[in-house]
Design a protein around this ligand. Structure first.
Ligand code: AP5
Length: 221
């Protein structure tokens, strides 16, 4: 199954994508994670992307396109994937269609995670991320068992530099400006399913698995 996650910053895309990818045994591809890795390794791409990310702006489409083409060249995507954080505008959606069609693939399911601004601010201002495995925690919603230590791998937890209130507001404004065209693109293709992301992650997972099953059945017909 080839799945795209849409939704504003803090909707829970990364959290849910990691769990669903494990359930379905397919790779989780997050453009945000790939970019942060490039920034921490100080690659050319990381150097070019850093300022945009710290300001809450989108990194230029062409840079992301090149990064994605490299990721899709890896053989693990043959089994399917969950794409989290891409596309973010209509141009990126069209680019994705093009990349996939060259690989004789298509998107099967697009899940739009819906949540309110107040929930987003609460989630992002308390988010903790593992510096080693990238797993997400939250100071109050999903606290780690040991302070600032990842339950999964023992890595040190940190707060993302773009999780400051001012940058969160900028990221939300960018999402609001760019998402309408994106949503229409997938509505027109009959691939878009909206889900409330305000519930407990286990409840959200259950609903996503039901969607995947339903979509799998409809693809067989
Ligand atoms: P990216 O890393 O993709 O950030 P984002 O889209 O802003 O999304 P987030 O990662 O902030 O939120 P999320 O929805 O994944 O929420 P999470 O699961 O962590 O991108 C960062 C930057 O990179 C962009 O601003 C841009 O500059 C650049 N970039 C990336 N992709 C790009 C592209 N395609 N084009 C151009 N530029 C690009 O959850 C948040 C918190 O809530 C966590 O603490 C979690 O524990 C908690 N939580 C999650 N779900 C629940 C729940 N159900 N109940 C309670 N708490 C929950």
């Amino acid at each position: 199954m080839r799945i795209v996650f849409l939704g504003p910053p803090g909707a829970g895309k990364g959290t849910q994508a990691k769990i669903l990818a494990k359930e379905l045994n397919i790779p989780h591809i997050s453009t945000g994670d790939l970019l942060r890795q490039n920034v921490s390794e100080n690659t050319d791409l990381g150097k070019q992307a850093k300022d945009f990310m710290n300001k809450g702006l989108l990194v230029p489409d062409e840079l992301i396109r090149q990064m994605l083409i490299q990721r899709f060249a890896k053989p693990d995507v043959k089994s399917g994937f969950i794409l989290d954080g891409y596309p973010r505008n209509l141009n990126q959606a069209e680019t994705l269609d093009d990349i996939l069609s060259r690989l004789k693939m298509d998107t099967d399911l697009v899940i739009d995670l819906k949540t309110s601004e107040s929930v987003i601010i609460q989630r992002l201002s308390g988010r903790l991320v593992c510096s080693r495995c990238g797993y997400n925690f939250h100071l109050t919603n999903m606290p780690p068992k040991r302070e600032m230590t990842c339950d999964a791998c023992g890595g040190k937890l940190y707060q993302r530099s773009d999780d400051k209130e001012e940058t969160i507001k900028k990221r939300l404004a960018v999402y609001a400006a760019e998402s309408a065209g994106l949503i229409k693109h997938y509505q027109d293709k009959n691939k878009l399913y909206a889900l409330s992301a305000d519930e407990d992650p286990k409840v959200v997972l259950k609903k996503m698995l039901q969607l995947v099953e339903k979509r799998n059945d409809s693809l067989k017909v």
